[in-house]
Design a protein around this ligand. Structure first.
Ligand SMILES: C[C@@]1(CC(=O)O)c2cc3[nH]c(cc4nc(cc5[nH]c(cc(n2)[C@H]1CCC(=O)O)[C@@](C)(CC(=O)O)[C@@H]5CCC(=O)O)C(CC(=O)O)=C4CCC(=O)O)c(CCC(=O)O)c3CC(=O)O
Ligand SMILES: NC(=O)C1=CN([C@@H]2O[C@H](COP(=O)(O)OP(=O)(O)OC[C@H]3O[C@@H](n4cnc5c(N)ncnc54)[C@H](O)[C@@H]3O)[C@@H](O)[C@H]2O)C=CC1
Length: 224
């Protein structure tokens, strides 16, 4: 399996099953999507996304226990970008997969592992810092290991979002001044290797930027 990124901003995600697993997936997608959870009960009703990347993002709950035909009806009416099948009923989960497949909609089935058909996607463990993200998966062999590794790499990503913002701004400047591509690459590499830029990113962004500009200015013109 090969990871791809999908922007759910402004999209709807339809989750069947409001147990711990459905709630965890709902929480994840509600960072940027409008999430509709269909379930007789929802174990995470107080949930509010910590980071809302779209005004409509959040979770709505519909109290219902649809049978397989009813599941199809929800998928038809809601027209989601992704269906999450996270009930404790294999028949209901299978109906959600079928309904999604018929509409060409992405589907995440929580009660299975191993190879999948096109359009059937897996949710990895994710670490995010600003616009930077890392995802861990184990081919479904050991999801608890994905969680464990996610916790371990959380600290590695600290400051990465601020660094991405800084480099994004500097790159625009480099492009405006028509800095040759080779020199631009060398400057970016030198900034990334500079401990004092990293150190100041979290505390004094303006200072980090000045340091980075100095590092870039010191990069030799001819790097061939
Ligand atoms: C295939 C996949 C499909 C999918 O859901 O997309 C899937 C399937 C299954 N998970 C099961 C169990 C557990 N899953 C977790 C945790 C997570 N599971 C996640 C993803 C995935 N789980 C996909 C593969 C990802 C990969 O390749 O690694 C994470 C990463 C993302 C997320 O869900 O948000 C999230 C960590 C999030 C985080 O913290 O960062 C824990 C740990 C815990 O709960 O503490 C346990 C209990 C321990 C154990 O059993 O290992 C079972 C057995 C159920 C049973 O026995 O009944 C199945 C079904 C089966 O294996 O058949
Ligand atoms: N992918 C993952 O990370 C994991 C997957 N699982 C699997 O996912 C499934 C769900 O796990 P949990 O949330 O722990 O189970 P759970 O049993 O606590 O929750 C299932 C929820 O589905 C609801 N439900 C039942 N019939 C429904 C229907 N017709 N329509 C809508 N909702 C319905 C139940 O009321 C309950 O709220 C389990 O069957 C298990 O196989 C379990 C652990 C982790």
């Amino acid at each position: 399996m090969i990871p791809l990124l999908h922007d759910f901003t402004g999209e709807t995600v339809l989750v069947f099953g409001g147990g711990p697993v459905g709630a965890r997936k709902a929480r994840r997608f509600a960072e940027e999507a409008r999430v509709l959870v269909v379930s007789p009960e929802f174990c995470d009703r107080s949930f509010e996304p910590s980071e809302r990347r779209h005004p409509d993002a959040g979770v709505e709950f519909v109290r219902d226990a649809p049978d397989p035909e009813g599941v199809e009806g929800y998928v038809e009416r809601v027209g989601p970008a992704l269906v999450v099948a996270a009930t404790d009923s294999a028949a209901v989960n299978e109906a959600a997969v079928e309904a999604a497949r018929e509409r060409g909609t992405l589907v995440n089935r929580a009660d299975e592992h191993g190879g999948r058909e096109a359009g059937s996607v897996v949710v990895p463990a994710t670490v995010r810092d600003g616009s930077v993200l890392a995802a861990v998966a184990t081919g479904g062999r050991a999801p608890a290991l994905s969680k464990h590794l996610r916790e371990r790499i959380e600290s590695d990503l600290e400051g990465a979002g601020a660094m991405a913002d800084l480099l994004g701004e500097l790159r625009e400047g480099f492009q405006r001044t028509e800095m040759p591509p080779e020199r631009r690459r060398a400057a970016v590499r030198a900034i990334l290797r500079d401990d004092s830029v990293w150190k100041h990113l979290g505390t004094d962004g303006a200072k980090a930027r000045r340091l980075a500009e100095d590092v870039a200015a010191d990069v030799p013109g001819d790097t061939s």
